[in-house]
Design a protein around this ligand. Structure first.
Ligand SMILES: Cc1ncc(COP(=O)(O)O)c(C=O)c1O
Length: 401
């Protein structure tokens, strides 16, 4: 890029922790230590000829922050370095990333296969939105490879899943599902929010596209929304760049700057939160007020062998079903003094969610039951507090369930 004297810092030879601190840094002539915040809508040109050359793509450089901005470019480059992708584009929210990754490459007459166990808004996009534009979709039990296989049609262009799933923390076989998608001529898009880039790398497992809600662990301190799509140069150029440029769900430079600073501490936060989640799972397993506990780092997780194969560690989230349904779950939530009631996750503050009345309230009770989201189910997202305080808070609250 002509305005930046040095190319963005390439960090592929370093370990992920190092990439998170240095990857993609574009240092200006002032030699600033911290990444600069280019809070500007647009850019000015030396001459009309230069402006024309930029628009024709004959000269590289920034044009307009709806689709190119140095701070946003640094965030994208750092994510590329971390994920091992060829290219990335960021978006205003995680849902803008999911919607764009799925919708942008498709046209009427195409078909999508997706796992049933999806965050409520992702399921809305696949189940309700796509068919309105002539794109059919089939929802399958993501754990059942036969169902993926049987759902494939000659016009299937995209398969979509999240793993671990929100909120029941099922772990889907990304390599096997990528194999089925590719055999049928389709691409696999993976929402990697629950695993985080620290514990799972879908592109190396065979996926073609990875999406994140950067709102979650990447910010990790509850400040701003954001999303990112990572894939091959060709996929981004052919399907994503023009869609985002012309339709405009862009990430603001300010949010990109916050997220860049979030990335610097991502690894230490996720490791600490995972340790706490594991301790919470250990403390709550077998608790008399709980009928079911699910944590991907435990040997009793239904897909424990797959967790070992495709993830580098468990998760920052724990799911558990309180005996006594909604009333008991609400009593537990209302009795908590430290963990806060929220529909968010991945924050420095421990958060608890009642999916049946929040993130998954759109689904019918039957659809929720099919996914294992009972009326007593609680999703716990570990924060950065001391694990002993968090566990004491949860066990005190459960005593009142
Ligand atoms: C798995 C998953 N995907 C996507 C999203 C959407 O992200 P955002 O809230 O940033 O739009 C969320 C949460 O909101 C989520 O949990």
């Amino acid at each position: 890029m002509s305005q930046v004297k040095k190319p963005p810092m390439a960090t592929r030879n370093y370990r992920p922790e190092t990439r998170l601190v240095h990857g993609g840094t574009l240092r200006s002539d002032f030699g600033e230590t911290s990444e600069a915040l280019f809070l500007t809508q647009g850019f000015v040109y030396e001459s009309a000829e230069q402006c024309e050359a930029r628009f024709k793509g004959e000269e590289s450089g920034f044009l307009y922050s709806r689709f190119s901005n140095p701070t946003v470019a640094m965030f994208e480059r750092r994510m590329i370095e971390l994920e091992g992708a060829e290219a990335a584009r960021s978006t205003a929210t995680g849902m803008a990333a999911v919607t764009t990754a799925i919708l942008a490459p498709l046209k009427a007459g195409d078909h999508v296969v997706a796992a049933k166990a999806l965050f409520g808004s992702c399921r809305y996009v696949v189940e309700d939105l796509l068919p309105r534009y002539g794109i059919e979709s089939t929802l399958v039990d993501g754990l059942d490879l036969d169902q993926w296989q049987k759902a494939m049609r000659p016009n299937t262009k995209t398969c979509f899943l999240e793993s671990p799933t929100n909120p029941t923390l099922d772990v889907l076989d990304i390599g096997a599902i990528a194999g089925i998608a590719h055999k049928g001529g389709a691409r696999l898009v993976v929402d990697n929010v629950f695993a985080t880039p620290i514990w799972q790398s879908p592109l190396t497992l065979g996926a073609d596209v990875v999406v994140y809600s950067a709102t979650k662990h990447i910010d990790g301190q509850g400040r701003c929304l954001g999303g990112v799509i990572l894939s091959s140069e060709q996929f981004i150029n052919d399907h994503i760049h023009t869609f985002l440029r012309q339709t405009g769900p862009s990430m603001s430079p300010f949010n990109a700057w916050v997220l860049l600073k979030g990335l610097e501490t991502l690894a230490i936060r996720v490791k600490q939160q995972t340790d706490t989640a594991a301790l919470v799972a250990e403390a709550l397993a077998g608790h008399p007020k709980i009928s079911r506990l699910i944590y991907p780092g435990r040997a009793d997780h239904p897909q424990a062998a797959l967790v070992k194969k495709q993830m580098r560690a468990g998760s920052t989230l724990v799911g558990f079903e309180v005996k006594g349904g909604k009333a008991a779950a609400f009593r537990t939530l209302n009795a908590l003094k430290l963990s806060r009631i929220s529909n968010n996750l991945g924050d420095a503050k421990s958060l608890v969610t009642h999916p049946a009345t929040t993130t998954h309230q759109r689904l019918t009770p039957e659809a929720r039951a099919e996914l294992g989201i009972g009326e007593g189910f609680i999703r716990f997202s570990a924060g950065l507090e001391h694990a002993d305080d968090v566990i004491a808070d949860l066990t005190d609250a459960l005593a009142q369930a």
